[in-house]
Structure formats: C-alpha cells, structure tokens
Design a protein around this ligand. Sequence first.
Ligand SMILES: O=P(O)(O)OC[C@@H](O)[C@@H](O)c1c[nH]c2ccccc12
Length: 381
Amino acid sequence: MESLLAASSSLPAAAFSPPSSLSSTSSSPHALRSAVAGAARAVRCSAAKDSILYALEHDEMFNSAEVIQWESGKSINSIAAAQGIRIRRRCRPRYPSEGSGADKAVPRNMLEQIIWDKEVEVSQRKAKKPLQKVIESSQHAPPARDFVGALTAAYSRNVAPALIAEVKKASPSRGVLREDFNPVEIAQSYEKNGAACLSILTDEKHFQGSFENLETVRNSGVKCPLLCKEFVIDIWQIYYARSKGADAILLIAAVLPDLDIKYMLRICKNLGMTALIEVHDERELDRVLKIDGVQLIGINNRSLETFKVDTSNTKTLLEKRGDLIRDKGILVVGESGLFTPDDVAYVQNAGVSAILVGESLVKQENPGQAIAGLYGKDLLH
Ligand SMILES: O=P(O)(O)OC[C@@H](O)[C@@H](O)c1c[nH]c2ccccc12
C-alpha cells in the first residue's frame, strides 16, 4: 500500500477516487485493511476518506485485482480514459493553495461542464451533510419500490413499452419546456394516465430540477416508483436520493468508470434500489454488459456531449447486442427524442421494454393526457 499512500498524499485533494477501488467480494487480510485505514487518514480529500471509511465500517472487502488498480496511483482520469471515457473529472482543489492549474481548464462539452459543476455542488452538499448522516437518513426512508417489477408488469399489461414519464422543467439543449411547472400535478397526471414509473430530474443548475421535487412527489401519494435523474459521481448522491424517496437512480456510463459502476450497483442493491445504467454507444454498452448484476440499461438517443438526437441509435445497438442482452435477462429502456406512436413502435420493434419520455409530454397542456397521443392508445393501469 506504500504506493497508494504516496500517490494519494501527493495529489491535490479530491484528485483521488476511491470508489474505483472499493467493490469486491473476496475477503482481505487484516494487514491490507489496516493499511487502507491508514490511507484513509492520509488522504486529505474528504470524498475519498468518506468512501474508504464507509467501506471499512460496512465491512466491504477488497478484491486483489481492484486493489492493484487502485494501488497503481493512477488518477481517475487516466483510468477513465483507458476505458474510452471522454469526460474528465476536474477534481477541484479544496483550497486555492492546492491548485494544480486545472482551474484554468475549459470543459470540452456540456456533459463535462455539468460534471464539473456537479463536483462543486456535491462537495458543498457533503460539507453540510456528511456521508454518515446521509446514510442514517436513508435508513429512515420508507422501503424502496420495485422499479423493474413495475416496468415488467406494465409491459405485459399493455403489450407496449412501459412508460417512465419524466418530470422535467428545462434542459440545456431545449431551454425551458414548461413555464407553469408544478411537479406534483404533472406526476399525478402521468400516473393517472398509465405511466409505470416516473423520472424526476434533480439537477438544479442545468435542468431546473431539485431534490425537493423528488421529495414532494414522493410525499404526494403518487404510487409509481421514482427514478432520481441525477449526474451521479459520488456514492453520497445515491444515499441522498434514497433519503428523499428515490426507488431508482441513473448511472451514466459516459461519466463513470467500470469500478465506480460496480461499487455503486452494490450500494443500490443494499438500499433496495434499481440502477438504470445509461449508455450511448457500443463501447459503453459493451463495458456495461461485462458487469454482473445489471438489470436495466437505458440507451440514450441523445448524445449528452453534442445533444444530437438519433432514434436509430437504439435500433443499431440492439441489432448488435440484443441477443446478449436478452440472454442476460436485462431490460432495455429507449431514452429521449420520442414524440409519436411511430417513434414508440420503432423502438419497440428494436427490442426495448420501456421508454423514457420527457419533452413530448411535459410540453403539452395536459402532460398526462398527452400519453395517449404518444402511444396512439390509452395505457392500462
Ligand atoms: O425529453 P426527452 O427528449 O423525452 O428525454 C427524456 C430523457 O431521456 C432525458 O431527459 C435524459 C436522458 N438521459 C439523461 C441524463 C441526464 C439528464 C437528462 C437525460
């Protein structure tokens, strides 16, 4: 663990990403565990410390291959780049004196901008409510609802892709979609008109969403399972989402290296939550298909880097990997840019079991009634 200690203490705070190293099933020797505890103390980055200490407290074990990757002292950006991930983490220093020049960097695209903003937001939120506290809050939340079960039941009821209807006020690509935005009214009207699940955007800065929206929808009597639509970069956000009533959470493969996805999936499982793992291209899909325990994959027709929407993305990826996906029993969600019954039929024929729709519903005067227009028929409850 010498190299870990050396690497971690020489990096600017927050430049070290422990989630990439903390998932496994094999047991670890005591010596390794105490060395890791030492590393946790040596790491100045509170995110790193939290994750390490959490893992220790909860008796997480370390798999040797993963520890080697961690031990190599590689930065999260080089691990991510080796997996084809283009989004860089900014790893903002906590103190100006710890700056590494990264502050002068300019984001390459909107997704990278969002992630850099998210790093700042999460560190501020964590300063107010540390991981341990948010874990405690998550333990007081009512049990998570069965997201996948709701999708499967709706699919067989309607012989049409189950609907995850999105409560979305705005987006960076489309601006404000709905001025008169009442999340509870929209959620209730989606549920009444046959949505199987709801997606609640929680990013404030770029989507004008909020965790308050998630919480008020959860407390409004809506029964549908809820997806927290967030840009997750830290396990803290998963516990926080659960504490606010989320039943599922989005994990974006374009942002998260494989080990983070594995670690986060495991946390979701412990919390009874479903992870919707979003991919946009073949490389991301192949990475995700190698991970055990994935139940739900979303294929986004919109690139979060360029905002280009192309519905044929779902079809192309399913032509290539549909058999493997079916063999693994994974459900696929077709995401974004769906407006008409033809669009729904197109992705259904491509092999999706569910669709995630925001704009085409939320822009209509009555978002719930717009569901029948989208499907060309009423959906059954
Ligand atoms: O509004 P649309 O085009 O129907 O798309 C909904 C949903 O797929 C989209 O909001 C989305 C998909 N993946 C995301 C990741 C983050 C934020 C938003 C998204």
